[in-house]
Ligand binder design. Structure first.
Ligand code: SAH
Length: 241
């Protein structure tokens, strides 16, 4: 069987008891090095299969092969495994196998939820997740989603906002959303949620500093009602207060 485990954004406190139990129950642990390093205390001397970031397919295929031998495998994903993580790929692969392989997906605290708690209550109302990575999604699809989500006044959480090869994507995304988002719309930036280097910044749409953003950053753009108070970002649910 395969556990697909979301280990949360980085700290032990943000892991669920269910995810820890699943790691302890597994015989083989499969994952990207950085994530394996975050959970060493739970996996102790278990067999570990680790490789680099861009080798997701090989890693998941290997997990399936190991599961076929009858071993319990844990595939580790950061945040939630079902949000730009490994859950989908594992289930796509096992659905193609003749042998029935049991898969259990263990939920985790995804980066947007971790960041939202640090910022206050920015996603109290309808919100969406958009990844700015065009490695697996064509950029024109990403642009369309940004445009329509901004037009519909969703609170927007940006995943994969910036990387070495794609530093201009975030500025382009702001240009597109700027057709609908007011200049004074609050924007929350949280770097390294749940890790030692955790940092938070709150600004407005027109004072956004793209340089603050890197690959382990969550960017949350408010809706028309979101406001800033004492460095917190608050999106009213609609109660009369
Ligand atoms: N499955 C993960 C998301 C993987 S996509 C989850 O549910 O959180 C990778 C992106 O997630 C990063 O580019 C960044 O935008 C965000 N992210 C992951 N961990 C983060 C953290 N600790 N702090 C801030 N953002 C994070």
């Amino acid at each position: 069987m395969i556990y697909v485990i979301g280990i949360g954004p980085g700290s032990k406190e943000l892991m669920t008891i269910q995810s820890i139990k699943a790691m302890e129950d597994a015989e083989v642990i499969v994952g990207y090095k950085t994530y394996i390093n975050l959970v060493t205390e739970f996996i102790k001397d278990k067999e570990v299969v680790q490789n680099g970031m861009r080798q997701e397919i090989d890693r998941c295929k290997e997990a399936v092969e190991i599961a076929k031998t009858g071993k319990k495998v844990a595939v580790i994903s950061s945040g939630d495994a079902g949000i730009y993580g490994m859950a989908g790929l594992i289930l796509e692969l096992t659905s193609k196998e003749e042998q029935n392989i049991e898969v259990k997906v263990i939920p985790g605290v995804t980066a947007s939820i971790g960041a939202a708690a640090i910022l206050g209550a920015p996603i109290m109302h309808d919100f969406c997740h958009i990844s700015l990575s065009d490695l697996l999604t064509p950029w024109d699809v990403i642009e369309k989603r940004l445009r329509l989500a901004a037009d519909a006044d969703f609170v927007i959480c940006l995943y994969n906002p910036r990387s070495k090869g794609r530093s201009e994507h975030l500025a382009k995304a702001f240009e597109i959303m700027g057709q609908f988002k007011d200049k004074s719309t609050p924007v929350g930036i949280v770097k390294d949620v749940g890790r030692e280097k955790e940092e938070k910044f709150v600004c407005t749409f027109d004072t956004m500093d793209f340089e603050r953003v890197d690959m382990t950053t969550m960017v949350i753009i408010g809706n028309k009602s979101t406001f800033i108070h004492d460095d917190l970002m608050i999106t009213p649910r609609g109660y009369t207060v």
